[in-house]
Ligand binder design. Sequence first.
Ligand SMILES: *Cc1c(COP(=O)(O)O)cnc(C)c1O
Length: 422
Amino acid sequence: MYKNDLDFAQSLDKADPLKAYRSRFFIPKTHEKEVVYFCGNSLGLQPKTVKNHIDIELEDWANMGVEGHFEGRNPWFGYHKQFEGPVSRLVGALPHEVVVMNALTVNLHLLMASFYNPTPDRYKILIEGSAFPSDYYAVESQIRNHGYNPESSLIEVIPREGELIIRIEDLVDVIKKEGKSIALILIGGVNYYTGQAFDMEAITKAGHEFGCMVGFDLAHATGNLKMKLHDWDVDFAAWCGYKYLNSGPGGVSGVFIHEKWANSPEHPRLAGWWGYKESDRFKMEKGFKPEYGAAGWQLSNAQILPMAAHKASLEIFDEVGIDALQKKSDQLTGYLEFLLMERMNKQEEKNFTIITPTDPKQRGAQISLLALKNGKELFNKLTSNHIIADWREPNVIRVAPVPLYNTFEEVYRFVEVLFDKI
Ligand SMILES: *Cc1c(COP(=O)(O)O)cnc(C)c1O
């Protein structure tokens, strides 16, 4: 179905219903030349409307000072509420199941304060092997803070000997074996390193059969994959805003908390005034009464400037819709895989292996290449040819063709350069 030639790549671009979206983003340049930007899984590109949205808030602050909380064009008091619609549509949630606040690792801690409640019989946390370092640090410190030891309390599921990705059946087997002692299952919806997407519904189901809490770190999944967090009965999730969500460096994070926890003031949580029942917040009374839903987990008043950037980006996602994005993404990453396989099959000496699963259901907009030799030289060659990918020690090149702004022609050019003689 795919062809390895430039005309074909260009014809896919011509037929792409999302092709106009590229012009809504600033494409970085090196030496006056637009780069091929395949790092949208690390820091998404800037929507051109970001500046306008931030300017509105700067002007209202300049012109109104504190009155902006209630009189601004987008009153800051309820600024976060603008995100309920677009974010819930993006992750498959009910509007009151999501809130935008803080940064990702902070939110992971807040969520663990609520959903990791170890007892002497049930105290373990299960994560996927090669999880993002911040997630390791967060879960290990949570375990220690509760007086347990990560050596005996942290379970990592890893690929089988000689394999590169985790088999879902192995993950489920561990849950079956250890489930009764597991307090929390916390998995990256898409692993940042391998690009493997996990079957979140199956993991949630398996965990719940044994009474475990099940949460997901969706840093690499939100804005990348279509999800149904509510229907899958996921207990909680969090993600950052600056990867596929294009909301700028250090951008705000999003949180999902299932409706079944929405109205349980007795459930443990770390509270702050912005999570207080909205109608009574300014009575400034003692005794915390949470707002209904995920909003009741807020601590501080909203970070308006980064949220304005987030708003600009979410407008684009809401316009495109995750179905259309997922469709193009499958095709774009599928084309990348096809071209890589074509070249690799023709090579006398193998240079690469693809780590990322070949099953489109088990991946998003990313392919991780394991370089078998000269990895760093190959990566440097990409950079000097205006291609921005991501290098992970000791020998992995991560490539993320993002459906909102990358093209089939860019995918084609990338593979041409990669397989050019050094
Ligand atoms: C990017 C990423 C983070 C980063 O955490 P911040 O708190 O936003 O700095 C954490 N976990 C995962 C899985 C990530 O991919």
